[in-house]
Design a protein. Sequence first.
Length: 277
Amino acid sequence: MTRVRTGSVLARGGVYASLVLATVVVVLPIAIVVLGAFKTDQEYLTSQPLDPPADWSNVSNFVTAFRDGEMVSGFLNTAVVLALAVTGTVLIGAGAAYAIDRFRFAGRSAVLVAFLVATLVPGVTTQVATFQIINGLGLYNTIWAGVLLFAGTDIVSIYIFWQFMRSIPRALDEAATLDGAGHLRIFFRIILPNLKPAIATVVIIKGIAIYNEFYIPYLYMPDHKTIATSLFAFKGPFGSQWEVICAGIVIILVPTLVAFLALQRWIYNGFTSGATK
């Protein structure tokens, strides 16, 4: 009995130790960034990362990051791309899932296999062909390049919608068909309203991915800065303004933190529902 109690105490201690370690790993970089955002250039170079700044009222780094980093246009471009791409992802993903689940057609299994294979192909291996397509469409260095790439390259959302689609009774479709409804009306009036948990899951996952994406905006729309690419202006061949970069990171973190606090119920419910379908 004593050995069992000792083992239980050790197991519980190990759980708490792992939680503390994970918390430190997550919080420590954020703490270093927040402290560095309030330091001057000289102070940042001469002090330790965890040393507090001499003057907490120093907001010059935030002003520099917001003004010289073109963060206003960055937020606007990110908001436009995010809104259009997420809307396109929801419509394309839900529409594709509706067609796969509700219709029986030749090659249906091949389509599912093709979607699965597409998720296994590294995106970097197709960038040459993707770049040629975007350039051939005349979308290079426009905001529509980011919208098209973000909206049309998310196979995972199709699978999420497909899993939820299978739980919607086909009797609803049949009843609507008897009332004279066509496929489009069934999709928009019956299917989409019943996909709210899936839509919330896709919007959260896709929104976070777009907000944090650096590669696509930097490569395909270099003159239209987003939040992720605006900070890159402070890193160049003549050095890096790390204190300003830290301030910019804090500015970028604020909307994410506010969105998480406001939508945490949807985040937890969306991921939980998606895991059980």
